[in-house]
Design a protein around this ligand. Structure first.
Ligand code: GCB
Length: 600
C-alpha cells in the first residue's frame, strides 16, 4: 500500500506542478536497457528563442523560399552524460538554455512492441528540462539531481527517432537550490540516459529492508505496473534460503514480512550483500541488497545495535582535476577511494543526491551515507511551489535509494535559520519523508550554535532540534568564527540527550603554501593544520558527540570564491587539493580517524 501511496502522491505532484515527472522504476541498472550516452548535437540558446522556433522539430527547408535559423547538423557536440561547463570554454560560466539532440534507431523495439514497453530514463538533468520525441513534447522535469522517466512505447517509430532535450540551468529564487550556493552551477544532461525495455506487466518498484529494530525480520513491498488483480510475487534470497510468495492486490501491490536465520548484517568493515530476486509471472529482477539496523539510543548512534562513532567526510559530485561533474563508475572509484584512505566509515554526500554509481560503490565498500536534497540556505520557504519541489525531490531521492542499506541518514536541510515559515516547511518535508521511509535516521545541518558569554558555553535555540533523530552542526571555529575561549575550554551544551554530529568544520589552505599558523589570511597549510588540531581538542568537550565530518575532502569549484591568488574560483577547504595532493590537515584527520577506528 505504501508504495502505491508514494506513486499516487508523485503523480499528484506531476499534475499539479507540471514540472515533476514523478514515477520511475527502481533499479534501472538491473533492467534490460540501451545506453543513449555518447556525443549529442547541441545548440546554445541564450535568449530562449528555440521554443518559438520549434527547434525540437528539427525542421529542414523543403521549398526554395524556406529557411530555418538553426540546425543540429554541423552544430556543437557535447558528451552525454556530462556537464557542459567543462566541455567547451564558452560554456564554462554559462547559465541558460542548451538544446541537445540525438537520433537512435528503434526498429527492434518497435517490432517487439506487442510484448514490451519502452521507457526513456534520465539519471539527472541539471537543472530543468523539457523532453521531445519525434517533434512531440513528452515531459518536463525540474531538479538537477534526481531521475525521471517517461513511457514511449507508443511514441517510438520504426527506424530513426529524434530525441531533443531543452536543458536550462538558470538560477531562480523559487528553485532548490535557489539563487546562490557554494558550488559550481553545472548545466547539462549530467547523468546516464537509457531506453529501458520491460514486459507489458513489470515490477515497477520494491522496498526490501530489515525491520527498524528487529535483527531477523525482513519486510518487503513490491509494486507492479500493468497487471490485473491476482497472481503472486515471489521473493528469493537463496543464500538465506528465503523463497516467499505474496499475493498481488487490486492496486498491483504485494506486501509480506518474513523472519530469517543466520543473517549477516551489513555494516562498516563487513558490507555483506545478498542476491535478491523478485519475480512475477511476467517479469523478474535481481540485485544485491544488504540488511542492517540503524537507531539512536540516548546520545549514541547504533549500527546493528552497536554504538558507532561516525568518522565522516563530505565531497561534492565533482572531479576537481577535470573541473567537472562526476558521472561514471570510474569517477565514483576516485572519490570513494580517497574517502576510504582518510579512514572514514561514513560520507555525507554534499549537498544533493549524487549519482547511483557513488551510492552503490559506497555500499559495496561498507560506508554509511548521509544523503540530502539541496535545501541549502536562501530557500524561499514562503513559496508553496518551492515546497512542492522539495517534496518531489525528496520522494525521487527516496524512491531511487531506499533499498540501499548504506544510506543511514536522510538530511532535510543545510544551514536554515528558524522562522515560522522555515519551521513549517522543514516539518512538512520531514513528516512526508518519514511517512515513506520510517527506517532511517533524519537529520539537518544547522549553523546556529553560538557561544553564549553569559553561560560560558555553546548553545542552540531552534525548535527543530526536537523533531530530528540526530542533530548536526556546521561550525567553523577558527575560520568564520574566532575562538571565544581556548579550544580546551569550549564547553558544549547543545541538544543535550541527543546525538550530535559536527557536520562541517575546517578552513581554507592553498596546497603547498606555508605561513603563520595563527594568521588566517596566510591561506597556508599551517593555519589549516592548527585549526584542525584546535577543533579536535574542542571535540573532547562535546559530551554528546556522535560523529564529525571535516569540510571537505577535495577543493571544489565555487563562484563564491574570488580571491585572485589563493582561490581563483575554488573553495580551498579541501583536505586534498584540486590536483589530488594531500594537505597537512589531511594527515591530522587521518591519524585521528585511525585511532578512532581501533576504538570503535
Ligand atoms: C557551509 C556550507 C557549505 C560551504 C561551507 C564553506 O557551511 O554548508 O556548503 O561550502 O560552509 O566553505 O563556507
Amino acid at each position: 500500500m505504501k508504495i502505491r501511496y508514494i506513486l499516487s502522491f508523485v503523480l499528484f505532484l506531476a499534475v499539479s506542478l507540471d514540472s515533476i515527472a514523478g514515477d520511475f522504476m527502481t533499479n534501472v541498472y538491473g533492467r534490460n536497457f540501451r545506453d543513449l550516452g555518447g556525443k549529442w548535437d547541441a545548440i546554445i540558446d541564450l535568449y530562449d528563442q528555440g521554443e518559438r522556433m520549434q527547434v525540437y522539430k528539427n525542421n529542414k527547408p523543403s521549398g526554395k523560399t524556406d529557411f530555418y535559423e538553426y540546425s543540429f547538423d554541423g552544430s556543437l557536440r557535447l558528451n552525454v552524460p556530462g556537464d557542459w561547463n567543462s566541455q567547451l570554454p564558452q560554456l564554462e560560466y554559462y547559465e541558460g538554455t542548451v538544446w541537445y539532440s540525438r537520433h537512435f534507431d528503434a526498429s527492434d523495439d518497435v517490432l517487439n512492441n506487442a510484448s514490451k514497453r519502452q521507457f526513456l530514463y534520465f539519471g539527472a538533468v541539471s537543472y530543468r528540462c523539457k523532453v521531445y520525441l519525434n517533434g512531440e513534447f513528452l515531459v518536463a522535469h525540474e531538479g538537477g539531481f534526481t531521475p525521471f522517466q517517461i513511457e514511449v512505447t507508443d511514441r517510438l517509430v520504426k527506424g530513426d527517432n529524434l530525441l531533443v532535450v531543452q536543458v536550462n540551468n538558470r538560477r531562480t529564487s523559487d528553485a532548490i537550490p535557489a539563487l546562490s550556493f557554494d558550488w559550481w552551477n553545472y548545466g547539462g544532461i549530467t547523468r546516464d540516459v537509457m531506453l529501458i525495455s520491460t514486459p507489458v506487466s513489470y515490477i515497477n518498484d520494491y522496498f526490501i529492508r530489515l525491520d527498524k529494530d528487529d535483527p531477523a525480520l525482513i519486510h518487503a513491498s513490491v509494486a507492479l505496473e500493468g497487471c490485473s488483480e491476482g497472481g503472486e510475487v515471489r521473493i528469493e534470497i537463496p543464500e538465506l534460503k528465503v523463497d516467499v510468495k505474496a499475493s498481488i492486490d487490486g492496486n498491483g501491490c504485494a506486501e509480506t514480512s518474513f523472519r530469517v536465520k543466520k543473517l549477516i548484517r551489513w555494516e562498516p568493515g563487513n558490507p555483506k550483500l545478498y542476491k535478491v530476486r523478485i519475480s512475477s509471472d511476467r517479469d523478474s529482477i535481481e540485485e544485491e541488497i544488504g540488511f542492517r539496523n540503524i537507531s539512536v539510543d540516548g546520545t549514541k548512534i547504533l549500527v546493528n545495535g552497536k554504538p558507532t562513532f561516525m568518522r565522516c567526510v563530505s565531497f561534492h559530485e565533482e572531479i576537481p582535476q577535470r573541473r567537472g561533474r562526476a558521472f561514471s563508475e570510474n569517477d565514483a572509484q576516485m572519490l570513494i577511494s580517497e574517502a576510504e584512505a582518510l579512514g572514514v566509515n561514513m560520507i555525507r554526500l554534499a549537498h544533493y543526491p549524487q549519482n547511483e554509481y557513488i551510492v552503490r560503490l559506497a555500499e559495496r565498500k561498507g560506508i554509511i551515507l548521509w544523503q540530502e536534497i539541496p535545501v541549502w540556505q536562501g530557500i524561499d520557504f514562503d513559496n508553496a511551489a518551492t515546497m512542492d519541489k522539495a517534496l518531489g525531490m525528496f520522494s525521487e531521492m527516496l524512491r531511487r535509494d531506499r533499498n540501499r542499506c548504506a544510506v543511514g541518514f536522510w538530511g532535510i536541510a543545510n544551514e536554515t535559520r528558524p522562522s515560522p515559515s522555515r519551521n513549517a516547511f522543514l516539518r512538512k518535508e520531514l513528516s512526508f519523508a518519514r511517512s515513506i521511509d520510517p527506517t532511517r535516521l533524519y537529520t539537518a545541518a544547522f549553523d546556529n550554535v553560538y557561544f553564549k558569554e553569559e553561560f560560558g558555553e555553546f548553545r542552540i535555540e531552534d525548535e527543530l532540534v526536537d523533531d530530528l533523530d540526530v542533530i548536526s552542526f556546521n561550525k567553523y571555529m577558527g575560520w568564520y568564527a574566532p575562538w571565544p575561549v581556548e579550544p580546551s575550554k569550549c564547553v558544549w551544551n547543545v541538544a543535550p540527550g541527543k546525538p550530535v554530529i559536527i557536520s562541517e568544520f575546517g578552513g581554507e589552505a592553498l596546497y603547498g603554501q606555508s605561513g603563520e599558523e595563527d594568521v588566517a589570511s596566510s591561506w597556508s597549510e599551517d593555519y589549516q593544520a592548527k585549526l584542525y588540531r584546535d577543533n579536535l581538542e574542542m571535540f573532547k568537550h562535546i559530551p554528546n558527540l556522535a560523529g564529525v565530518s571535516p569540510w571537505i575532502l577535495f577543493d571544489f569549484r565555487s563562484p563564491f570564491r574570488f580571491h585572485p591568488t589563493n582561490q581563483e574560483g575554488w573553495n580551498r577547504k579541501g583536505l586534498v587539493s584540486d590536483r589530488g595532493q594531500r594537505k597537512k590537515a589531511w594527515y591530522i584527520m587521518h591519524d585521528w580517524y585511525m585511532i578512532l577506528a581501533k576504538e570503535n
